[in-house]
Design a protein. Structure first.
Length: 686
């Protein structure tokens, strides 16, 4: 038997899915995360899943892991001390940035500018210059470079990043500096912009390169530590790390380019949601992943998630491909509070995290959280995670009651309901960013609700959006780990060309694409991937001549065997431009950059079809309990999801429980059990 493991580390829980790759049989474990050393929680979860399956850990052949190590390093400001080498005259490239302030007019007054990842005192300039076409304007002064590097050495930097002007057109000087650094500072990690992001725009290229160096030491240490712990735990398994774009990297590739891991965790969730939606026959959907610390949302059309060229982490827009996921600080552990200045109830972004966690976890937490509000309203049973956590109802009520007086509400239930309403509105705002703001009507999409807390809020979010059905996948609390298991290896190569389509031949463009494809193939082959099994996709970033931004369009490589392929690129750009902005320009089309993506075959998980039922779910009914919903008390059925059969219909109000998550069905709605095991929640037709 071949067993694979998917691991997703969240801010509160570490989720592990063990799957028999031949039969599709699965075992799940959910253990508290260990923030001080995530690998401890990872190994603990793997061992627990193997114990449930009755196998030795040595039976696991693959471990595929989504991690938040890189993300947390940036958000918490705990990355390495970075030294930056730039071209003479560009030392303040990170400080000048783009002069963009988020928010409205008040942002200019109250917005604190984030500290650059590489401090000015750790930034040096070298004498050199390349033209935009790659011609040497001024040769690199190697003696001066050595003197400047001595300054970085004296400053005690832990990693060095090199980003020279126009190095995307000619990387000779950056490569020369790598050789000098190897002599002057042997063993220090080095990131160069011509490898991390070989594209124009010096600020974005420098920021992305510095971000790579900033997290490189921490990610490298974590990956090595995890490999050692996996080996010591008796696993002779191949470890792969999930990238932000939904692909897999080898440990060596992840350590070399950790900037590609910044959205590692959320990417696995979108892959898992796509698998669940496909099984339920819903090609267009909104992915809604609510965990303990945050909520991630994404839009998927025809089973294809949108891939963005920018990754937003905190206040930084880092130029690296990722699944277009928006994150909001709204999770089960988000803390409710009443600021003294406004006296208005707020929820998040502060989180109780895994330690001490919500008050109801009984680990010493006293602050009111979203989870505590769900307990007070009766939505959560007394046991979570298969008995791993027992809810302290009294502590939850005490925590929520602590802010009742300041809210002015007349009951503890009203306070709890207010907390839930506010967190739902916060989530709604994030979903509008990936739907309405991108020109999509959320009413045209289903909603896949997953994560530990997603199924509790899915029905309410669906009602706010008008998105039906709300799909609660099988094992929603560990769906990110499902996505990790099904992810394939992925690499991409890019290049800036800045050519107008009118002055470009199809053969020139085809040659550029073929060269990028060759480079991408070689990188995956070096990771042990069979190049004959790779699939390639091609993309061009296009704009009207004179515009300051571009839009990405897919390119059919075969179409470039004739000049008609260039016309197809221009037409595709016009179509997307009109969809987004409702107008076209009478201007020449300009191709800014090209990207080639190579992917290995996806690991398919066999679907397990449920036994058909009669439509009556009474065999799964555990008991009834009182819940507070829509301003009043209701009697709700509590159902064991493992006992539901295909075709059963659970009418709301109802609560459906399983090992890793709890789903709420509101009054006036019903959940139909799909043969794939998903719950499809829709309003009851009158």
């Amino acid at each position: 038997m071949t067993y694979r493991v998917g691991v997703d580390v969240g801010g509160t829980f570490t989720d592990v899915l063990l799957i028999n790759a031949e039969t599709g049989e699965t075992w799940r474990s959910k253990v508290p995360s260990t923030p001080d050393d995530q690998s401890v929680g990872v190994l603990r979860g793997i061992e627990k899943a193997c114990e449930l399956a009755g196998i030795e850990t040595s039976g696991v052949s693959h471990v595929q892991h989504g991690t938040t190590v890189a993300t947390n390093a940036v958000l918490e400001g705990k990355g390495a001390k970075v030294g930056l080498i730039t071209t003479n005259g560009f030392r303040q490239v990170l400080q000048i940035a783009r002069s963009y302030v988020p928010g409205g007019l008040a942002g200019w007054i109250v917005w604190p500018k984030p500290e650059p990842l590489a401090k000015l005192e750790n930034t040096i300039e070298v004498r050199e210059r390349m033209s935009t076409k790659g011609d040497v304007v001024e040769a690199l002064d190697e003696d001066d470079a050595r003197r400047q590097i001595a300054v970085l050495k004296a400053r005690g930097v832990a990693t060095v990043c090199v980003s020279l002007i126009n190095s995307f057109a000619n990387d000779a000087h950056e490569k020369c500096l790598v050789e000098i650094l190897a002599e002057e500072m042997p063993g220090i990690p080095v990131s160069i912009s011509s490898q991390v992001l070989p594209e124009m725009r010096e600020y974005e290229r420098t920021l992305t390169t510095v971000a790579n160096g900033y997290v490189q030491v921490q990610v490298g240490d974590y990956v090595r530590n995890l490999e050692q712990k996996i080996s010591a735990g008796g696993l002779d398994a191949e470890l792969s790390v999930l990238r932000s774009d939904g692909g897999l990297s080898s440990p060596a590739a992840a350590s070399e380019r950790p900037v590609t891991l910044l959205m590692s965790g959320p990417a696995g969730g979108v892959t898992g949601a796509t698998w669940a939606a496909k099984a339920a026959g819903q090609g267009d959907f909104l992915a809604f992943d609510m965990g303990g610390t945050s909520t991630d949302v994404a839009l998927v059309q025809d089973y294809q998630p949108r891939i963005a060229k920018d990754t937003k982490v905190g206040d930084l827009n880092i130029r690296v491909s990722s699944v277009d996921v928006r994150t909001v600080g709204a999770g089960g552990g988000s803390v409710a509070h009443v600021p003294e200045l406004t006296r208005a109830l707020r929820v998040g972004p502060q989180s109780a995290g895994a330690v001490p966690g919500p008050a109801s976890y009984g680990k010493g937490g006293t602050l009111p959280t979203v989870t505590d509000a769900n307990v007070v309203l009766g939505y959560l049973p007394e046991e979570l995670a298969g008995g791993e956590i027992r809810m302290d109802v009294a502590a939850a009520r005490s925590a929520v009651a602590s802010i009742q007086e300041t809210t002015g509400l007349d009951s503890i239930q009203a306070v709890a309901a207010g907390i839930i309403d506010i967190v739902n509105e916060n989530i709604l705002g994030a979903i509008r960013l990936v739907s309405v703001q991108q020109g999509h009507d959320p009413r045209d999409f289903a909603l896949v609700a997953f994560g530990g807390a997603g199924p509790l809020h899915g029905n309410s979010i669906g009602r706010l959006l008008g998105s039906w059905p709300v799909i609660i996948p099988p094992s929603p609390g560990v769906l990110n780990a499902y996505g990790d298991v099904m992810t394939s290896h992925r690499e991409e190569s890019g290049r800036t060309i800045l050519r107008e389509i009118a002055g470009l031949s199809a053969q020139e463009l085809a040659d550029d694409f073929d060269d990028l494809a060759s480079r991408t193939r070689e990188r995956l082959e070096s990771q042990g991937i069979d190049p004959s099994r790779l699939t390639f996709t091609y993309r061009a970033e296009v704009r009207y001549h004179g515009q300051g931004f571009e839009l990405g369009v897919s390119v059919d490589r075969a179409s470039l065997d004739s000049d008609d392929g260039l016309d197809a690129i221009a037409t595709a750009f016009d179509t997307e431009h009109e969809r987004l902005f409702s107008f076209l320009l009478d201007a020449d089309h300009e191709i800014v950059s090209l990207t080639v993506v190579a992917t290995s075959p996806v690991t398919e998980i066999p679907l397990i079809e449920l036994e058909p039922g009669t439509g009556d779910p009474s065999a799964a009914l555990i008991r009834t309990s009182d819940i507070w919903v829509d301003g009043g008390s209701h009697s709700a059925g509590l159902y064991d999801r493992t006992l539901l059969k295909a075709g059963d219909i659970v009418e709301g109000p109802a609560i459906v429980v399983e090992m890793d998550s709890t789903a709420l069905v509101l009054p006036g709605h019903a959940a139909t059990v799909h043969p794939s095991g998903a719950l499809l929640i829709e309003p009851v037709k009158e």
